[in-house]
Every structure is written in C-alpha cells, then in structure tokens.
Design a protein around this ligand. Structure first.
Ligand code: SIN
Length: 463
C-alpha cells in the first residue's frame, strides 16, 4: 500500500484522490489526544452536545450534493442512492442529538430506611470505530452520533476504498464546533489500525461494521484490555414469499432490498425462498422487472445498479454464479459482465437464478452482489429451516397477508431485523443489529446509545 491510499472510482478504475496513510506514531498521538479530550467533552452539558450535533447535521445537509458526489465517486453507488445516504447519515445525528438529552438514571428503593440508592449513567470513554465502504456516511454517523451524544470522544478509521466521505464528514463536524480532538479520522489498512486500536489502553470501546472473520479478530484482540465491543457483521438474509403474498408488491420490495447498492449491503436479500405454487409466477415477474434495471456509472442519471467495489468482490460473485450454474441452476436473466481487471472496473448485471439447491455456494455464503437465487418450499416449517440454516442472523424478510403465517415466521426466524411486507426496514429510530455470527449489540433507536454508557451505582448509607 505504500504511504498513500489510492482512492479509485470503481466505475472506471481511475484514481479519484490520494490519501496519506497515518503512521503508527500519528495514530497513537490521535488516540492520546482523544483520550485527553474525554474529561472535557464528558463535562459539556447534554444540551450543548445536542446543539453541536444538530449543527453538524445541518451543515451536512447543506453539503448534501457535494458529499453525495464524493460518495458515488469512491463507492460507485448511483447518485440518488448517495443523496439518500446523506439524509440517512444525518438522520442518525438528528436522532442522537435528541437522545443526548434523555440519558436518564434512576433511584432504587433501598432495603433499609438509612440508605438511598442512585443509579446513574456516564460515558464510557474514548471510542474507536472501523467503518465499511458500502455505506461510507451512514455507518460512520450511526456510530459517531451516539458516542458524541453520550459524551465519548470518537476516532474513526474508514475503509481504504472510501475514506473521502468520512474525511469530509469529520471536517464538517469540526466546522460545526465539535472540537478537533473529540472527533478524529485516521487512515491506514484495517489490520494495522485495528491492531493499534485494540491494543491501546486509552480506547474503551471498539465499534465495527464489516465482515464476520474480521469482527471475530477484533473481539479476540479487544479481550486483552477488556474493551466493550459493538459488532455489525455479515448477513445472509432470507426473503420468504408465502403462497398468499401480493406478488407485484413482493417483486417491487425484493428488487428494492436485493439491488440497493448493487447488492452490496449486509441486509440485502440473499436467498429468495418462494412457495412452490407461486414460484413460477413470482420468478417470471421478478426477472422481467430485473431485466429493466439500468447498470452503469453511478454519476449517470439513469443508473440504478453501479459497479462492484473491487476485483475480490467481483471474483466471489462470478464464482458463486458459476458454481450454481454448474450444479443445475437456470439463469432467467443476467450472468453478464462488463469488467476489465487491467483498468480496474467490475460490473455484474443483475442476475436471477432458479432451480437453486441448498448445496450451492450461493445458498451457503453471503454474495454481496446483484444476484438473486430463488429456491422453493412446500411448508412454512421448511421455509424456516432453509432460512435459519446459516450461522448468520442479521436481516430476514417475508411477504404474506395472512396474520397467522406472519406471526409464525416472526416467531421462528432467528434474525435481529425482520421485514414483514417491508423490504426497507432500516432507520435511525430502530435497533439495527444481528443475532448469531452477525454481531453483538444494536445501533440506532433508544438501544443505540446504551453501549456508549457505563452504569454507576451509588449507595448512600448512615442517613
Ligand atoms: C449495512 O448493509 O450494513 C447497512 C444497511 C442499512 O443500514 O440499511
């Protein structure tokens, strides 16, 4: 990697900008500065922290077009998705600007007349975040906003593919008046910066969004200094279409969840599980709509599906499609590519596969690409068994207008986020996070600030 990161446009392979990699010494200085700012920031009263966060959100909204363009250049997603992500990112700041004022303690009735018991909350200390390339703005603010609201200083290392959005967001935070040592950005490879973060005694919490293997590594490394961790890791979302579902609606929502960010989201539907009596009708309608999706450079107004982030991601997707086809899957649409390894751009056309079987790699591993494998089921029990047959448990979706079917699926699916007739359940106000190997903790909602707080209990005696 040398001492600079070459940020490339995944739609063209061209270098957008060079970003200086921070040395170990610089990163340790930033950590020390963050730590030193803790006492000062924790003392800023909650209403003032709230005001500063609101100001940050307002400035981000004023720079919406600029940030969205940076995001599309480095990530490749369609411009309208980047514009949406800027709003989504700001919504976390708005939410936690409010929550800052609602960090309540409580009193507990004592067991004798001579005692009083008070439970209070205090910020945990310096927080370090490692954020992903697929949502360079929203995954950063989803962590920064509750940390800052709680009174914790924050230091972020963005993905090497997409550091520019984060660098700009941090500059805007400083412009809003949040002190420079209270929110900082450092750059470098995940393994190097991750090790520096996890080994530092100054950092009290690591929050990470990314792959399960890296999450496991960070958890192990964090054990040495007993850090708190929040981990938002891989997914392998099932999407079940019941026999009674409104097919047109299910098709629309499946497209929304499957092809958002070219299928490169942790919550996108990876396994489409359709009742056998409607499988043909659903698959045909779905494939017809998928074939209309416009693939291209995210900066083109028409584009609905952008490039794959890099060669590694592209190779994985192609290998999964090939494996499925070799094992008997039928391609209804897609299995087409526009990629140049020399130039460094990688497009996969939206692909729909039928006649899919459980032993295909695509049913076992997260795809992170615009491929929709359709498998059929006879009974709800079978649908649930297929859905739960994964170590992951982030998001699941189902489509039914029958309340008994819906209640059964809700009760039996082992996933942290469930969309019932809803392909877009995310939001700043909801607790986002997964079960099993999809992670630890929740981000967003009233739950999302708790991991940045310590509980302190005071017992007053001799009254
Ligand atoms: C993710 O893919 O990790 C985040 C998606 C979302 O917040 O909706």
């Amino acid at each position: 990697m040398g001492n600079v990161i070459l940020v490339k446009n995944p739609a063209t392979g061209q270098v957008v900008k060079e970003v200086q990699i921070n040395t170990e010494e610089e990163i340790n200085q930033a950590i020390k500065a963050g730590h030193d700012s803790f006492k000062k920031w924790a003392k800023v009263n909650a209403h003032e922290r709230s005001r500063l966060l609101s100001k940050w959100s307002q400035i981000i909204k004023e720079h919406k077009e600029e940030i969205a363009e940076i995001m599309t250049l480095e990530n490749g997603k369609p411009l309208y998705e980047s514009l949406g992500e800027v709003d989504y990112a700001a919504s976390y700041i708005d939410w936690y600007a409010e929550e800052a004022k609602r960090i309540y303690g409580r009193t507990v009735p004592a067991s004798t007349e001579t005692k009083r018991i008070v439970v209070s909350k205090q910020p945990i200390g310096l927080v370090a975040a490692i954020t992903p390339w697929n949502f360079p703005a929203a995954m950063m603010t989803r962590k920064a906003a509750p940390a800052l609201a709680a009174g914790c200083p924050f230091i972020v290392k963005p993905a090497v593919e997409t550091p520019l959005t984060t660098i700009r967001l941090v500059e805007l935070a400083h412009e809003a008046g949040i002190p420079e040592d209270v929110i900082q950005c450092v750059n470098g490879s995940g393994s190097v910066v991750g090790r520096i973060f996890t080994s530092s005694e100054y950092i009290r919490k690591i929050t990470f969004t990314g792959s399960t293997p890296i999450g496991k590594q960070l958890i192990k490394e964090s054990a040495n200094t007993v850090k708190h961790v929040t981990m938002e890791l891989g997914g392998h979302a099932p999407l079940i279409v019941a026999e009674d579902a409104d097919l047109d609606f299910a098709v629309k929502q499946t497209i929304a969840t499957k092809f958002r960010n070219a299928g490169q989201t942790c919550v996108c539907a990876n396994r489409i599980i359709v009742h056998e009596n409607i499988a043909e009708a659903f698959s045909q309608k779905f494939a017809d709509e998928v074939s209309k999706l416009k693939v291209g450079n995210g900066l083109d107004q028409e584009t609905q599906v952008g490039p794959i982030i890099n060669e590694k991601g592209y190779d994985k997707i192609v290998a999964q499609i090939q494996d499925a086809v070799e094992k008997g899957a039928e391609v209804l649409v897609g299995n087409q590519y526009n990629a140049d390894k020399e130039q460094g751009y990688f497009f996969v056309y939206p692909t729909v596969l039928t006649n899919v079987k459980q032993d295909m790699v695509i049913m076992q591993e997260e795809t992170f690409g615009p491929v929709a494998p359709i498998i059929t089921f006879k009974t709800l029990e079978e649908a649930v068994e297929i859905a739960n047959s994964t170590p992951f448990g982030l998001a699941a979706y189902f489509f039914t207008n029958n309340y008994k079917t819906g209640t059964y699926l809700h009760d039996h699916l082992d996933f942290g986020i469930i969309g019932w007739n809803d392909g877009a359940p995310s939001g700043a106000h909801i607790p986002f996070g997964g079960m099993k190997e999809s992670g630890l903790g929740r981000e967003g909602g009233i739950e999302g600030i708790e991991p940045y707080l310590e509980t302190k209990y005071l017992s007053v005696g001799n009254l």
